[in-house]
Write a protein that binds this ligand. Sequence first.
Ligand SMILES: Nc1ncnc2c1ncn2[C@@H]1O[C@H](COP(=O)(O)OP(=O)(O)O)[C@@H](O)[C@H]1O
Ligand SMILES: [Mg+2]
Length: 363
Amino acid sequence: MSARVTICCGSGGVGKTTLSAALAIRLALAGRRVAVLTIDPARRLADSLSIGAFGNEPRAVPLERLGDAKGGSLDAMMLDAKATFDGLIRRFAPDEATAQRVLRNRYYQFASSRLGGAHEYMAMEKLLELWQSDAYDEVVVDTPPTRHALDFLQAPDRLSHLLDQGVLRWLVMPATKGGWRAIELGSEAVARVLKRLLGRGTVGEIAEFFESFRDMWEDFRTRSDRVHALLRDPATRFLLIAAPDEAARTEALFFLDVLGDRGLPFGGFVVNRVLPAPAHDLDRDRLPEAGPLPPERWRAVLDGVVAAHDRRRRAAELHARAIAELRAAGPPDAPCWIVPDQGRDLHAFEDLALLLPHLPGAD
Ligand SMILES: Nc1ncnc2c1ncn2[C@@H]1O[C@H](COP(=O)(O)OP(=O)(O)O)[C@@H](O)[C@H]1O
Ligand SMILES: [Mg+2]
């Protein structure tokens, strides 16, 4: 039985990293064996999840602090794209010498860490590895802070495209301008590095990379196909994390369209940092007319309190409206979880506990 995969996506800063960690804790406390793959967590969050600086391997997160885990467990890891790529090269290289040749190759070193999409692609690779491992019931995935919220979805396709186009064209017309363009991928940075390499007379290095890589190409293609299947598995769901405002809603709905176009399973909205309406009405006339201050200052205090209360109520109304509009524009009956704003940044493990009751459960 492969794990259920939950992918938390959405635009930058909406709370993907925070909520994936909290969701993973929630599922683990419900007795599930959970892995959370996180990307760039805040320092303190990484520390409290015990993933420190070397995060590519699963680290057990102690759950006792939050209660009885009923046999559940949580492993956290932080994506190290370069280490993941290196691991694949070691695994697929036909022999040690080829692996070393690729790992030492300067074009590989550049491409594996800085080429557009490498990070996103490796997030999917790591996910595949966890999914296939049989060690987990649930895999929760945070998504990279991409320039464009959808880049990571295209990463597997883009890499196999790169391999096809890049390798073939390179072999056919290595030193022509067109050949270069094929591996430039529209990236100024790549072009600059290639020129620098060329300037040093090391064209051979790029040729060597593609030459050595040719044998592994098929393995990478196969894995891309598996990622493709994994993302469309009935046990996979994409949670769209959104903020309760207009711009975020537009982005969330755009994302929803793309999921639909690509046949990827939408699992619901999670609207984060929602301001709850004030618990009580505040009637100016019922506030005590006199207080422990001179009358004028006391009146100013009361005015301030009433104005703050009003602002809060209006903000809560705007949020409620934004959520209603998001739901109305989404598929009928789509699940929607509302996570209240905690009024401060959440970086400690214990902070995440505040979010648990508002997140999807284990069933
Ligand atoms: N419900 C919440 N209440 C208060 N602060 C939150 C909440 N959710 C997230 N945050 C804070 O918002 C910031 C961005 O969250 P993060 O998870 O890093 O977003 P993303 O991964 O989408 O870029 C962090 O400082 C985090 O502590
Ligand atoms: Mg993040």
